[in-house]
Design a protein around this ligand. Structure first.
Ligand code: ZN
Length: 115
């Protein structure tokens, strides 16, 4: 079982991150921003406690997040924003399904994450 099932504490709000589906750490792992060795070493956060990343999740199932300047995506190049939205949204959708798929953690990252 994944370590997150033990309920790691969010470094932002201090509450337990009970579910992998709400883990910023796993999301960043799936989109290729952190490696497997960092998965259990880096501090845990809720996705909603990291709005700078969460603002790029754009889909009906996720209530959109807005960020103040200077970290708002509105400040960024529209092409870069589109690419990042595509990546982070696909990562979030995958995060919602990996446990159901029953695949090993090594196969969680998106195929395109490291390209
Ligand atoms: Zn939190």
């Amino acid at each position: 079982m994944a370590k997150c099932d033990e309920g790691y504490l969010c470094e932002v709000c201090g509450r337990a991150v009970d579910r992998m589906e709400e883990s910023d750490l796993y999301l960043r792992y799936i989109i290729g921003e952190i490696g497997p060795h960092q998965l259990h070493a880096a501090p845990e956060r809720h996705i909603l406690c990291n709005p700078v990343l969460a603002q790029f999740i754009v889909c009906d199932e996720f209530a959109s997040v807005e960020v103040e300047e200077p970290f708002s995506k509105a400040e960024l190049d529209p092409d870069d924003v589109r690419k990042r939205e595509d990546l982070v949204t696909r990562g979030w959708q995958r995060l919602q399904s990996v446990r159901r798929l029953g695949i090993p953690i090594a196969e969680y990252p998106l195929a395109s994450a490291n390209s």
